[in-house]
Design a binder for this molecule. Structure first.
Ligand code: IYR
Length: 230
């Protein structure tokens, strides 16, 4: 039987999915190769000021934007900042919030949990990294007349897109960090974002400073994170 290039379901066109059927041996090889590659990823807080071409950042953002999302609404905006004056403003505002957090908002227990990571209120990477990608979630869309249009599972969708962005950054040979200054509303102001957008995550992107040291953490074993029901 000839396969159709597309079919219609409920009046909507469905195109044929490009299948990629691998042997069991190939499945194992591919899954192990990605695991071994991603297991080398580390959050890095010290950056070189070496430039990264804009086209690379554009490709990383396009990759993140392939993420699945509720009703395919793609409820995100990725703001990529390389402008030095703007990076300085972001650093100053983030450090002001972080100072407040470290000095009064965060509990002693929280600060104790963070001690092995060596974090503090100073965020020099916000100026040194060649790019900052600030991810905004769209709590709703705006129609042509400014009316609110629903988005669905916004946090899940944007979280998945951020995971794919982090993967893409690592795969490109660059490093990043999931920076969450809190509260983050200063980012929407500094970047003039529309009323339907809220800052979700800030990711510096660049080469690591050489040499760079990261905390000697261990990842949980498969047994610690998985249960199988066969
Ligand atoms: N946002 C603060 C504090 C912080 C919180 C957690 I949870 C971390 O894993 C790391 C840092 C900061 O950026 O320092």
């Amino acid at each position: 039987m000839a396969t159709e290039p597309y079919i219609i379901i409920n009046g909507h066109k469905h195109v044929r999915y490009q299948e990629n059927v691998l042997s069991q041996k190939e499945l194992l090889k591919q899954s192990q190769a990605l695991y071994s590659h991603l297991n080398k990823r580390r959050s890095v807080r010290e950056y070189a000021d070496t430039p990264v071409p804009k086209e690379v950042i554009e490709t990383l953002i396009k990759t993140a934007s392939t993420a699945p999302s509720g009703a395919h609404k793609q409820p995100w905006t990725f703001c990529a900042v390389s402008n030095p004056a703007l990076k300085t403003k972001i650093k100053e505002a983030a450090e002001a919030e972080e100072k407040e957090s470290y000095e009064s908002r965060m509990s002693d227990r929280w600060k104790k949990d963070l001690q092995p990571m060596g974090t503090n209120m100073y965020k020099p990477f916000l100026e040194i990294a060649p790019w900052l990608i600030i991810v905004f979630k769209k709590v709703h869309d705006l129609g042509d007349e400014g009316e609110k249009l629903n988005n669905y599972y916004v946090n899940e969708s944007v979280g998945i897109a951020c995971g794919m962005l982090i993967t893409a950054i690592h795969n490109a040979g660059l490093v990043t960090l999931t920076h969450t200054p809190s509260p983050m509303n200063f980012l929407a102001k500094l970047l003039n974002r529309p009323s339907n957008e809220r800052a979700f995550l800030l990711l510096p992107v660049g080469y690591p400073k050489s040499p760079t040291y990261v905390p000697d953490i261990k990842r949980k074993s498969l047994d610690d994170v998985a249960e199988f029901y066969e």
